[in-house]
Write a protein that binds this ligand. Structure first.
Ligand SMILES: Nc1ncnc2c1ncn2[C@@H]1O[C@H](COP(=O)(O)OP(=O)(O)OP(=O)(O)O)[C@@H](O)[C@H]1O
Ligand SMILES: [Mg+2]
Length: 361
């Protein structure tokens, strides 16, 4: 168990600032995920924590002690990569034993620890197999077991599931989470898959272009995205960009005006609403909302949900989802619908900085 503090860490490659002043703290025993699009700096940050990258500025501490000058092999961290990196000529148990053999542990201890960790990842019966006789998911379990057997203070995982098919990814992410909980090991996990990040993490750090945009629990990130980038990267969000705000805090969307108290005193704002928060043809409960007629452009029935693409008379586009749709009443293109955007469900952002202003509620 270990706490990790990252303070103003900078890493440049030529003129690319791969890490542009990253600060965050990871609590002992936490499952912490770095989430962001390709090239945002996730791997660079993970490798910097592991000690494989020298950073150009800032500090990394573990339990308060700076480790900036500690060699990678002395940092006591276990690493799992996307491409397993297990040895093809060694059996499952030899692969898992590797880190203990190089640490010159007594043979009896090695056997005992390997057996225990193989049971944990449910590979006990396959201990004598060679990797070529394993599925992708089983190979990744070997990599996980190999990282865990040395009892690292911190477990680092870089997109460990991305080479697996969708079904296996879901299965293994549950297993990784359960295992991490039972061991209580501080875990830093990298993914570009927002759903995976929401499902497995205690907290998520959303990164973009070498910077931290938000660090929060999954429900907080989803309900209160800190920036425009987070709003569009995590889940889906309809955005009405760079609207004029009048002196009373009114904005106009699809020709309809609404006073958004949070916008008082501002001149411009970007407003967002998640597709599932748009109310279609529902009874008006009298709460403040933007309400307008729209035409169905496209209706996609996906079983448990219905995905609609709508356009208002002034050609404002809107995505709307509803759950448990009635299969006998799927709207047809050209049909009209009344769309209501409740004030309490709106998100407001500063168009200049992208920072969250708040919601209307
Ligand atoms: N060894 C290197 N030399 C030069 N530039 C690099 C090097 N490693 C990474 N970069 C650059 O640093 C930035 C961050 O890269 P990084 O690999 O950390 O991204 P990532 O978030 O892990 O992306 P992905 O999801 O594609 O793995 C990118 O612009 C990348 O091109
Ligand atoms: Mg990467």
């Amino acid at each position: 168990m270990a706490r990790v503090d990252i303070e103003e860490v900078v890493k440049t490659y030529g003129n690319v600032r791969a890490l542009d002043g990253v600060s965050l703290s990871i609590a002992s025993g936490e499952f912490f995920t770095l989430l962001g699009p390709s090239g945002c700096g996730k791997t660079t940050l993970l490798r910097t924590i592991a000690g494989f990258n020298a950073h150009d500025g800032g500090h990394i501490r573990v339990d308060g002690t700076p480790i900036d000058d500690v060699a990678a092999h002395r940092r006591d961290m276990g690493l799992v990569y996307q491409d397993y990196a297990i040895f093809p000529h060694m059996t499952v148990s030899e692969n898992v034993a590797f880190g203990l053999v190089t640490r010159r542990k007594p043979r009896a201890e090695i056997e005992e620890r390997v057996r225990r960790v193989l049971d944990l990842v449910q590979l006990g019966p396959l201990a004598d197999r060679l990797p070529q006789a394993l599925s992708g998911g089983q190979q990744q379990r070997v990599a996980l077991a190999r990282a865990m057997v040395i009892n690292p203070r911190i477990l680092l995982m870089d997109e460990p599931l991305s080479n697996l098919d969708a079904k296996l990814r879901i299965e293994l992410r549950e297993d990784i989470r359960t295992l991490q909980r039972s061991l209580g090991i501080t875990t830093i996990y990298v993914t570009h898959d927002q759903e995976e990040a929401l499902v497995v993490s205690d907290r998520v750090c959303v990164m973009h272009q070498g910077r931290v945009h938000q660090v929060a629990t999954p429900p907080e990130v989803y309900a209160r995205p800190a920036t425009l980038f987070v709003a569009s990267f995590v889940g889906a969000m309809n955005l009405f960009a760079d609207l004029a705000v009048d002196a009373a805090g009114n904005v106009t969307v699809a020709g309809v005006r609404l006073r958004v108290p949070a916008l008082a005193g501002r001149t411009r704002a970007t407003i967002g609403i998640r597709p599932e928060d748009v109310v279609l043809d529902g009874p008006d409960d009298g709460a403040p909302s933007l309400s307008f007629d729209a035409k169905v452009e496209r209706a996609s029935f996906a079983g448990r949900e219905l995905l609609l693409r709508l356009t208002a008379a002034d050609s404002t586009g809107l995505a709307a989802n509803s759950y448990r749709p009635d299969p006998s009443a799927v709207p047809q293109p050209g049909q009209h619908a009344r769309a209501r955007l409740p004030l309490s469900r709106l998100h407001a952002f500063d168009p200049a900085t992208g920072a969250r202003i708040g919601t209307g509620a």
